[in-house]
Design a protein around this ligand. Structure first.
Ligand code: NAD
Length: 243
């Protein structure tokens, strides 16, 4: 059994993690949420798991570093400044940080990277994500990661991303990535990357129907990160998906 402190325990993901913890050989030694005291749980736990709100991750990561506890971060929506400050703490503790802990989505990341490299510039990438109406950040962390993968494969800059289109936007240049966030209903998480080329279109899609897939991935990461040297790890490291 790995003993964890779970931050964001009252949320949708917090509940999903608590539902499967025992089966995944995890003991939730402290279930904390907005406003709760952290120190006692930080002393008692072996790993800290965060599925809360972007502003909560940095103070939590600082505390985890003070207590020398590994950290698994599932929270999304961090600003560039928050990301930088959190990453810097990986010099002190091991961290697994993933915008999406599902195995299928991580396979999607791999396949999208391959497709973006194989297909020529005139196969135009457009990323579309859809989530439930309660999601507060957009685009999703997963869509942002898909964007990074395509951007890196195509050598594009952040300025070459187009978030939505409205009005007379002109013809689409080859060197652009479209990004579109849809919201509604109870959709757990859909992501499609399409490459629209001359005469054909390739679409790579993942659809999540149960939060359990994220919870299982995060708890798998909690087992994996225990005893690792300080550093920033990705879910690809946990799943062995790097080429
Ligand atoms: P949610 O809104 O249902 O729950 C968030 C919880 O965090 C709430 O209980 C809230 O009270 C709590 N919270 C807010 N601020 C806090 C603070 N400062 N300290 C402690 N707790 C705080 O959201 P959710 O659907 O459970 O998602 C949580 C996060 O996880 C979001 O950022 C979401 O995008 C992300 N997420 C990641 C994955 C993944 O695989 N990485 C999958 C699903 C969701």
């Amino acid at each position: 059994m790995v003993k964890i402190l779970l931050n964001g325990s009252k949320g949708r993901m917090g509940q999903a993690i608590q539902a499967i913890a025992e089966a995944e050989e995890v003991e939730i030694i402290a279930a904390v949420d907005l406003g709760d005291e952290l120190d006692a749980g930080l002393d008692a736990c072996e790993v800290v798991v965060d599925f809360s709100f972007h502003e909560a991750t940095l103070p939590l990561a600082k505390k985890a570093a003070e207590h020398g506890k590994p950290l698994v971060i599932g929270t999304t929506g961090h600003s560039a400044e928050e990301k930088e400050a959190i990453s810097a703490l990986a010099g002190q503790i091991p961290m697994v940080w993933a915008g999406n802990f599902s195995t299928g989505v991580n396979l999607l990341f791999y396949l999208v990277g391959k497709a973006a490299k194989i297909l020529a510039r005139d196969y135009h990438p457009e990323i579309v994500e859809m989530h439930h109406r309660h999601k507060v950040d957009a685009p999703s962390g997963t869509a942002e990661h898909l964007l990074e993968i395509v951007r890196e494969a195509r050598n594009l800059t952040p300025e070459q991303t187009r978030h939505g289109r409205e009005g007379v936007v002109g013809a689409r240049p080859d060197d652009e990535i479209g990004m579109h966030a849809l919201r509604g209903g109870d959709v757990v998480g859909d992501h499609t990357v399409m490459f629209a080329g001359p005469g054909e279109r390739i679409e790579l899609t993942h659809k999540a129907s149960d939060r359990r897939i994220f919870a299982q991935g995060a708890l798998h990461a909690a087992h994996w990160v225990l005893g690792k040297p300080p550093g920033l790890y990705r879910i690809e490291d946990v799943l062995g998906l790097r080429d």
